[in-house]
Design a protein around this ligand. Structure first.
Ligand SMILES: C[S@@+](CC[C@H](N)C(=O)[O-])C[C@H]1O[C@@H](n2cnc3c(N)ncnc32)[C@H](O)[C@@H]1O
Length: 541
């Protein structure tokens, strides 16, 4: 590592000499000083070589591991932590192994080419390092930011691993950036208890610093554009609808609101590689939420808790319907609905409870989730009686067997009958037991056009059967037969997803989410393959 590191400086000198010898001009300015000639070019090459060295370090520490199944060396940072390992491999960095120096350079170069789209970059980017709570760039920027997530990652500590080698290789190129022996830690906006002397102090530090940073961003943002803030999505936080309120998330929202922003949207975004997502987590699609914020008007009034609840009840159902029309994945619905909910909450200067105490963000999130749940339940009114029965049954028993008597009692409440639903083809009833049919048990030759008792429940599960066995084309065939009735099936899939998520029925949740996600393609195929009605222009009738 020390040899490679020393050679980066040597390479820098040689690159500059070569560039000058081949006729490049030199403005004498370094890369750091905004140069554009041979000196800056040599600096840039040194930076890229230092990236390759970082890669080499990642695969050649005593924390790197051996993966027997792939017969390969695995990197130090498989996740954002430095775990203890029992043993480590050493690869031949001079040879032709996957981790050799030549490959480290190649992968870095491949990345650069991919980033540049194989074209020379014509628009110069500009990077500047500054503390977000102190920085002052010129006013009128379009701001899109990805701040630290509470205590999730100790960036500065983890960066020291690479910093030591980067500093050794690049200090002459960026003397200011590498002025300190280790990565600066004090300003880092991360709620680390060990750094701040306890959890409470860490939370206060994070809250104050983040509020200040957001405040500065707000001041400098162009008023015509919203400020968008990426927020890392922690999976544990979305377990169940109420689970959305957790320390990191509501502390962060609070800081954003305190900084004078109103939140008008929450967009779920896939920002992480999907290959890390396995098993149950495959259900968790969004990996970040983008908060869409604007400066809050100065003259906002206070509201009571009751006013907030009625405004949420009046506005959230429309917001929810809007998200569903946009085909938001069911797995992302609860997070996305926070946006319209927060838009209501942040419309007021403060929301006061009966005792005159301001309602916290955490309380507001709970109210938003409750209203969302009610709005989803209200959509049940759109379904036929059999499907409403099946929903209630499914919530209790899923696809498992239950008592006939219970099923019969429930059927009275929902204005249907067990025998009718057996006929409808959604239920099996044997002895004193009943259970809902799984998609795989449904007849493959089902035709909605000839079904005398067509239900939304049946439609959803036949669509899932078709999708999972015959792909989008098979599902599209059913959609074209269902015609306008297919929309209600999609609505039911949303509802079913929510129930599965709450009751931890992960495999079924995946199917419902999958159906909605494939919906745009299924309906497109259904339109393409639908028989074109014959022109009636010259018919005798
Ligand atoms: C979620 S990460 C951003 C990751 C980035 N979007 C990427 O893809 O590489 C948050 C970043 O904020 C930086 N950060 C922490 N405290 C900061 C502060 N006070 N000012 C500016 N940046 C800070 C961290 O070092 C970290 O790189």
């Amino acid at each position: 590592m020390t040899t490679f590191s020393d050679l980066i400086q040597k390479a820098r000198e040689l690159v500059k000499r070569d560039a000058l010898e081949s006729g490049a001009r030199d403005d004498g300015l370094s890369l750091d000083a905004g140069g554009n000639g041979a000196s800056a070019y040599a600096d840039a090459v040194a930076v890229y070589l230092a990236f390759a060295l970082s890669r080499l370090a990642d695969y050649n520490s005593s924390i790197a591991t051996w993966k027997p199944s792939g017969e390969q060396v695995m990197q130090t940072y498989k996740r954002q932590a430095l775990p203890m390992t029992w043993d480590f491999p050493e690869s031949n960095v001079m040879g032709e192994s996957a981790i050799c120096w030549k490959n480290c350079v190649k992968y870095t170069a491949d990345n650069l080419l991919a980033t540049a789209g194989q074209q020379p970059i014509v628009v110069a980017g500009h990077a500047l390092q500054a503390d977000a709570s102190q920085q002052s760039t010129s006013i009128g920027k379009v701001v899109s930011t990805d701040p630290p997530y509470y205590d999730n990652i100790g960036y500065a500590d983890l960066s020291d691993f690479f910093y030591a080698w980067l500093r050794r290789s690049l200090k002459p190129v960026f003397p200011n950036l590498f002025a300190t022996l280790a990565v600066p830690k004090a300003e880092e906006l991360v709620a680390l208890a060990y750094r701040h002397g306890g959890n409470a102090q860490a939370e206060t530090f994070f809250m104050d610093g983040m509020t200040q940073a957001m405040h500065r961003l707000g001041e400098q943002a162009h008023p015509a554009f919203p400020v968008t803030i990426y927020y890392a999505f922690k999976q544990a936080e979305t377990e169940g609808i109420d689970g959305t309120a957790s320390t990191g998330w509501d502390t962060f929202l609070d800081a954003v609101i305190r900084a004078g922003f109103a939140i008008s949207g929450t967009w779920p975004m896939r920002t992480e590689l999907t290959n890390k997502v396995t098993g149950l987590n495959a259900n968790m699609l969004a990996s970040s939420i983008v908060l869409v914020c604007r400066q809050r008007a100065a003259n906002t009034a206070n509201a009571t808790r009751r006013e907030l609840v009625s405004a949420l009840k009046a506005e959230l159902p429309a917001g929810l319907a809007h998200l569903q029309r946009g085909n938001i994945a069911p797995v992302d619905l609860a997070q996305a609905a926070i946006g319209p909910g927060m838009a209501v909450y942040t419309r007021y200067a403060k929301v006061l409870d009966a005792g005159g105490k301001a309602l916290s963000v955490r309380d507001a999130l709970a109210l938003i989730n409750q209203t969302l749940d009610e709005a989803l339940a209200e959509q049940e009114g759109d379904f036929d009686a059999d499907s409403r029965w099946a929903l209630a049954w499914f919530e209790q028993s899923g696809f498992s067997e239950g008592e006939y008597g219970t099923a019969e009692t429930l059927s009275k409440a929902k204005n249907t009958s067990v025998s009718g639903m057996v006929q409808a083809g959604i239920l099996t009833s044997k002895g004193r037991k009943v259970r809902l049919l799984r998609p795989g048990e449904l007849p493959a030759d089902w035709d909605p056009k000839t079904d005398p008792r067509l239900t939304a429940w049946e439609s959803v599960h036949h669509l899932i059967r078709a999708l999972e066995t015959g792909g989008e084309n098979a599902a599209a065939e059913l959609v074209s037969k269902l015609g306008s009735k297919s929309e209600i099936a999609r609505e039911l899939a949303y509802r079913l997803y929510t129930l599965c998520e709450r009751n931890k029925r992960a495999p079924e949740a995946l199917s419902y989410n999958g159906l909605v996600q494939s919906w745009p393609e299924i309906t497109r195929l259904a339109r393409v393959t639908a028989p074109i009605p014959q022109a009636q222009l010259f018919s005798q009738e």
